[in-house]
Design a protein around this ligand. Structure first.
Ligand SMILES: [Mg+2]
Ligand SMILES: [Zn+2]
Length: 172
């Protein structure tokens, strides 16, 4: 018998969903978790979900910080999560591009900048995901459009506490 090894995944936008969106955050000391966010990740991991971050980081194209800074912050987030709850985010996917700003490397009409679905598609090649039981949580219309392009459910985070939000949507 072949067991269904597909896992449900929750895709999270980062800025404004997992952390306060103070504008181009890239340094750990400036990073503030949204209330309830680390608890949400802990509970999702305990329930067997994949937790995946998909984030536009045009601050790279704009020259505000580098891809190394982005990767460093994500490594820091996972260290912090592990210290708190012994759980971690499974993967981070980011778009460093911008269609109009940046040097020849970063200025382009890429497929990964949300609302385009490239980052989610990359995750779908890296993990075996059950799309029917997966969803995306974002705070902008472009996040919801990304989900629509893939054909998964999405929810717009509009309140202040992510745990209460996830409970109200019956995801947790
Ligand atoms: Mg956001
Ligand atoms: Zn991109």
């Amino acid at each position: 018998m072949v067991k269904n090894l597909r896992k449900p995944a929750i895709f999270f936008d980062r800025d404004g969903v997992l952390n306060e969106d103070d504008g181009y955050v890239y340094k750990p000391p400036d990073f503030k978790w949204i209330p309830g966010a680390t608890e949400v990740i802990r509970r999702l991991k305990e329930k067997g979900y994949l937790v995946i971050v998909i984030t536009n980081q045009s601050g790279v194209a704009r020259g505000f910080y580098t891809e190394d800074d982005v990767i460093h912050l994500h490594t820091w987030m996972n260290k912090d999560l592990y210290g708190r709850h012994q759980q971690q985010i499974d993967a981070f996917y980011y778009c460093p591009h911008h269609p109009k700003i940046g040097n020849e490397v970063y200025q382009k009409e890429c497929e990964c900048r949300k609302p385009r679905p490239g980052l989610v598609r990359k995750a779908l090649t890296d993990f075996t995901i059950d799309l029917d039981s997966s969803c995306l949580i974002g705070d902008k219309i472009t996040d919801l459009e990304t989900a629509e392009a893939i054909g998964i459910k999405s929810y717009k985070f509009t309140t202040e506490n992510l745990l209460e939000f996830m409970v109200s949507k019956r995801i947790l």
